[in-house]
Write a protein that binds this ligand. Structure first.
Ligand code: PMV
Length: 328
């Protein structure tokens, strides 16, 4: 086989209804559905070249060659693609995040979505969006949601093989002129990342209640989003984020991701909303705060966030498209 190469680009996404906890860790099958918005302008661009002259996979992230240990998760994902394509050839993976350096934002969602599309294409596989989402999910759960466009729902599915656990678009990026203002309060790498966190979720005595209540939150969020009802959207988004953090804080051992500026932002955002500025917060597995607002208020919200003590930087993103191939 000659060298076979493809490049793809995928956006990161922010969940309005979160994914936290797996029923199958190997297949990354979640215990709940989740719902998110792709973030235009915060993408990963990845080139995969299957090369018969290689004796092992070579993984280059942001220009740095990775050790075999830090390449393992990528190599394991390439193994899934190779198994499916019936090939044994090793690959060179070159991946670049287009996030400003040193912001503490590292996205496995955009990374594994871009890797999945580039690797499948380079391996000669033409998969449906659904099958790409299923495959991306096995690299990183949230990556399943960076395959389809715009506003996306990941259905948890019921099958033990994961064949019905995939994400699909529920609205195009231009459905709602929202914006995400991401307040960076820490650049340091988190001690327990999401893979470790998912494995602890079931140790919280609150997790069964969170799981039982998720269909209600998913429904409320989906309805608010489709009806462009910001007040309803804001309430359910904040509630869902805080419920996930309650699970984190009550896991054994507990995970505390919030820092003092995280709480200061949460308090400020709720005050702004009470005063009439449409904005709500949501927080992933880290201390940085995503503040969702309307595009027309993006500059105002960013300025207000920058004025809060402890906020080091604010990144902004609009609703984005799905993973796409780049024709070079
Ligand atoms: O895909 P992972 O394993 O990085 O998990 C993502 C977990 C959260 O970002 C905290 C929530 C979510 O749904 O994106």
């Amino acid at each position: 086989m000659p060298v076979s190469k493809a490049t793809s680009i995928a956006n990161s996404n922010i969940a309005a209804i979160k994914y936290w906890g797996n029923r199958d860790h190997t297949l990354r099958l979640p215990v709940t559905g989740s719902l998110s918005m792709n973030l235009d302008g915060l993408p990963t661009r990845t080139t995969v070249a299957f090369d018969p002259s290689l004796t092992a996979d070579v993984v280059v992230l942001g220009g740095d060659i990775q050790s075999p240990e830090s390449s393992k998760r990528v190599s394991d994902h390439l193994d899934r693609v190779r198994a499916r394509a019936g090939i044994k050839t090793f690959a060179r993976v070159d991946s670049q995040n287009n996030f400003p350096a040193g912001t503490g934002i590292a996205s496995s969602a955009s990374g594994f979505a871009a890797l999945t599309l580039a690797a499948c294409t380079a391996a000669g596989l033409a998969l449906s969006e659904r099958d790409l989402s299923i495959l991306a999910r096995q690299g990183s759960g949230s990556a399943s949601r960076s395959i389809p466009t715009g506003f996306v729902e990941w259905q948890m599915g019921a099958n033990s093989d994961g064949s019905d656990s995939f994400a699909f678009s529920i609205a195009a990026p231009d459905h709602w002129a929202l914006a995400d203002c991401i307040a960076i309060v820490s650049h340091t790498h988190k001690e327990v990342g999401s893979t470790g966190g998912h494995a602890l979720a079931h140790t919280s005595p609150l997790q069964p209640a969170r799981i039982d209540d998720t269909p209600r939150r998913l429904h409320a969020c989906r309805e608010a989003l489709l009806a462009r009802n910001f007040p309803a959207f804001a309430e359910i988004v904040e509630e869902d984020s805080t419920i996930m953090h309650a699970i984190m804080m009550t896991s054994r051992p507990p995970l505390y991701y919030w820092l003092p500026p995280t709480l200061a932002i949460m308090e400020a955002v709720r005050k702004w909303r009470a005063e009439g500025l449409p904005a709500c917060f949501t927080i992933d597995a880290g201390p940085n705060v995503h503040v969702i607002t309307f595009a027309e208020h993006m500059a105002e919200v960013s300025n207000r966030l920058r004025a809060i003590s402890g906020v080091q930087n604010v990144l902004t993103a609009r609703p984005g498209g799905g993973a796409t191939l780049i024709h070079e």
